[in-house]
Design a protein around this ligand. Structure first.
Ligand code: FES
Length: 81
């Protein structure tokens, strides 16, 4: 299956433009005020709830467009991938 086919089944995915060499940190905990990006809210959540959330980080080699989604984000539900 090609990547573009997978994008089609992401419900509520957020499309973002990324620049080559620029690090981007995505929220995995669902508590960021800047979803899809991490704002370090996971640190407080981890302390309070004993979880170990960490952001997902990428540094693209080329300018690119991504469609991102997480079932932990508000109003986001992944269909079966
Ligand atoms: S705020 Fe959610 S992972 Fe950082």
């Amino acid at each position: 299956m090609m990547a573009e086919e997978k994008i089609d089944i992401l419900e509520g995915a957020i499309k973002i433009e990324l620049k080559a060499g620029r690090k981007c940190s995505f929220c995995t905990c669902g508590h960021s005020k800047k979803i899809p990006y991490c704002d370090d809210s996971h640190k407080k959540i981890n302390e309070e709830q004993g979880t170990s959330y960490k952001p997902f980080k990428i540094i693209p080699e080329k300018d690119c467009t991504l469609c991102v989604s997480s079932s932990n984000w508000p109003n986001q539900k992944n269909k079966s991938l």
